[in-house]
Design a protein around this ligand. Structure first.
Ligand SMILES: NC(=O)c1ccc[n+]([C@@H]2O[C@H](COP(=O)([O-])OP(=O)(O)OC[C@H]3O[C@@H](n4cnc5c(N)ncnc54)[C@H](O)[C@@H]3O)[C@@H](O)[C@H]2O)c1
Length: 400
């Protein structure tokens, strides 16, 4: 057992350690936020890929608490060692405990979703324990993917396409003082677009469906959803019109071809769910997004809908509690609250006057700073950070 006091140690928005008790509380609070739980443990069988953080964690908890799913959560996290485990490691342990407490048969696997070995492991586990799959939620955000067919490793980059882009960006210096600076990002060159699309586009999602269908593991009416983002004109150059946007366009095109395939195969469907901006480890790495979300929060206050609420809504639409509503491109839109003209105008006005000297008045920095820390289990209300905690939390037993 390794009991110690863990203090936040960070470089920008990246923290070197995570707090197990804080991560556990974050998960408990998310579960609490889901209304009207289904109480039996015999719900649909689901696989959530990317289950330990951000939208995938929200999909897992909302699925368990609201739709009563059972099945498998899959993510890629680091075990405790010299440093603590990653936050996703601790959140997974906490999610597994809560699922167990509520009688949900949910197992968690840790490994590379992009590999065929992991696809086999999941398929074997489904065959052995759950049978055919009703839902697959795909919510991976990763910097790299190795193609199992060729062994080639692709890397994703965050770059504009065509022209360089200058964007304002928000940082906190070592003492926590906010700074607004301008950064310029050079446009995509060489095969940057193809590389990014190979990681964050629809290729691996499609491979999962092919793999599971090849093992006869897709139930009648099987439904799959992958997470996508459009976002504001303020971030369009670096996001939707950039390399990552090209990958998202590929993901959305993949949904359309998968949808046709699944309709014929099992009367099923594939769709993307376009969600609003959220503070996650992946989003804070995108230039300008931290500033944008801080400003968005100051405009919307608590009206900035957290991922758990949006994913509860997604499960309601997927399971028929609410009618499934799609836009003209066949996407579920859970981002409409963010993109209304008055909200975007108010954020743009603040963005235009944002500078180091004005940012504290314009953006909800206390909230943003705390959210960024909560990603690692810090700044969670109710946690005593002076108390030693056990960092050697085991991975939930996959044979349980
Ligand atoms: N954060 C936002 O503002 C936002 C908005 C809309 C849509 N989205 C989309 O949601 C999806 C998830 O993004 P996020 O921001 O929640 O990310 P995140 O960084 O919070 O979580 C990423 C998840 O992917 C898992 N993962 C990473 N590499 C993996 C691998 N090789 N194998 C298995 N699991 C792996 C991680 O363990 C983690 O569970 C992305 O498609 C993203 O574009 C994000």
């Amino acid at each position: 057992m390794s009991q110690r006091v863990i203090a936040p140690l960070n470089r920008g928005f990246l923290f070197l350690d995570s707090h197990p008790a804080g991560c556990r509380k974050v998960v408990a609070d998310m579960w609490q936020a889901v209304p009207a739980r289904r109480s039996d443990g015999d719900g649909p069988v689901a696989l959530v890929i990317g289950s330990s953080a951000g939208y995938g964690l929200a999909a897992t908890i909302a699925g368990l608490a609201r739709a009563g799913i059972r099945g498998i959560g899959l993510c890629f996290e680091k075990a405790p060692g010299r440093r603590t485990g990653t936050a996703g490691w601790y959140r997974t342990a906490a999610t597994a405990d809560l699922a167990h407490e509520h009688g949900r048969d949910m197992l968690f696997l840790n490994g590379d979703a992009f590999s065929d070995a992991m696809k086999d492991e999941v398929a074997d586990l489904l065959k052995r324990r759950y049978g055919q799959l009703d839902y697959l939620i795909y919510s991976v955000a990763a910097p790299r993917r190795t193609d199992p067919d060729t062994g080639v490793t692709y890397s994703s980059v965050l770059k504009p396409i065509g022209e360089p882009c200058r964007t304002k960006t928000l940082n906190f210096d070592a003492s926590g003082t906010p700074e607004v600076t301008e950064v310029e990002t050079a446009p995509a060159a060489g095969d940057d677009i193809e590389q990014t699309t190979a990681v964050m586009g629809g290729t691996d999602w499609e491979r999962w469906i092919g793999h599971l269908s090849g093992r006869d593991l897709l139930a009648d009416g099987f439904t799959t959803a992958a997470l996508s983002y459009i976002g504001s004109p303020l971030t369009a150059d670096i996001y939707r019109q950039g390399t990552i946007g090209a990958a998202k366009a590929h993901l959305e095109a993949t949904a359309r071809t998968l949808n046709e395939r699944l309709e014929k195969l099992v009367g099923g469907r594939a769709l993307t769910s376009v969600n609003g901006a959220a503070v996650t480890q992946s989003s804070t790495a995108i230039p300008g997004i931290a500033l944008y979300i801080g400003l968005l929060r100051s405009v919307l206050g608590p009206g900035l809908v957290p991922p758990i609420d949006r994913l509860t809504d997604l499960w309601d639409q997927l399971t028929g509690i609410r009618p499934l509503t799609l836009d003209d491109d066949g996407r579920v839109r859970l981002d409409t609250w963010e993109l209304t003209p008055p909200v975007q105008k108010a954020v743009a006005d603040r963005w235009n006057s944002a500078a180091t000297s004005t940012i504290s008045d314009l953006a909800d920095l206390d909230w943003f700073h705390a959210e960024a820390q909560r990603l690692y289990g810090f700044a969670v209300p109710g946690i005593d950070y002076t108390a030693p905690v056990d960092t050697d939390v085991p991975w939930p037993d996959p044979a349980a």
